[in-house]
Design a protein around this ligand. Structure first.
Ligand SMILES: C[S@@+](CC[C@H](N)C(=O)[O-])C[C@H]1O[C@@H](n2cnc3c(N)ncnc32)[C@H](O)[C@@H]1O
Length: 214
């Protein structure tokens, strides 16, 4: 199966940016579940990888507070423009937004936590995972969530997953277990599935032994 395709992904989210927030409404309870798993503390720094239009920012702000920091990484200029509007509208001064692919982004410092919410293409890029993990402190909490195949015997659910995935990702590679690459670097892995197996929430802590990449 072909790997993620940056040009296709950029075109996908250029077309989708204006309607994205509405389309995600069904999945908002899962966002709350995923961000709760980060167990954020006031003053911490959290990475929002593939932050899109910034829908996670209010909950991340509530977690880290005014003394904390949020770094959003997003490759689509159209999606990120909406995240910037959100930051301006709220007057948040502790959010840094970086327009770059996760595999190339220059990420400041070492964060306490990372969120990858509905970021299948990123999870399928080992170099993106490596870049993100290299900018986390050992023991940092990492949460990934998103669509998955519901399983061989749940084909009616997969009839919902397929069109949703085709609208969201540039490659269906790894859709049976999208967290698999990331999970290798984590301990205390917890995996939940919701919506009849169509969505996963995976969380864990970065292994102490993961070497810094840069
Ligand atoms: C389904 S959206 C999720 C957005 C956001 N995380 C949310 O929860 O609403 C996937 C996002 O990942 C971004 N993306 C895809 N591949 C990327 C990459 N390699 N680096 C950075 N962003 C990427 C897309 O542009 C898109 O905004």
């Amino acid at each position: 199966m072909k790997p993620p395709d940056r040009r296709a992904a950029l075109a996908q989210y250029r077309a989708r940016a204006a309607v994205y927030d509405l389309e995600l409404a069904l999945f908002e309870p899962i966002r709350r579940q995923a961000i709760a798993r980060l167990a954020l503390q006031p003053g911490q720094t959290v990475l929002d990888i593939g932050c899109g239009t910034g829908l996670s920012l209010p909950l991340l702000e509530a977690g880290v507070g005014l003394q904390g920091r949020i770094v959003g990484i997003e490759q689509s200029p159209e999606m990120l423009a909406r995240a910037r509007q959100r930051v301006r509208a709220h007057g948040w001064r502790n959010v840094r937004l970086v327009c770059a692919p996760a595999e190339e982004a220059s990420i400041p410092g070492r964060a306490d936590a990372a969120l990858l919410h509905f970021t299948h293409d990123i999870l399928q890029r080992p170099e993106a995972i490596a870049n993100v993990l290299a900018h986390l402190r050992p023991g940092a909490r990492v949460v990934a969530s998103g669509l998955k195949w519901a399983g061989r015997w749940r084909w009616p659910v997969n009839l919902f997953v397929l069109p949703a995935a085709l609208r969201s990702v540039s490659s269906l590679q790894g859709l049976a277990a999208p967290w698999a690459g990331l999970a290798q670097a984590l301990t205390a892995l917890e995996l939940d599935t919701v919506l009849l197996g169509a969505v996963f929430v995976a969380s864990g802590k970065l292994r102490e032994s993961t070497p810094p990449r840069r």
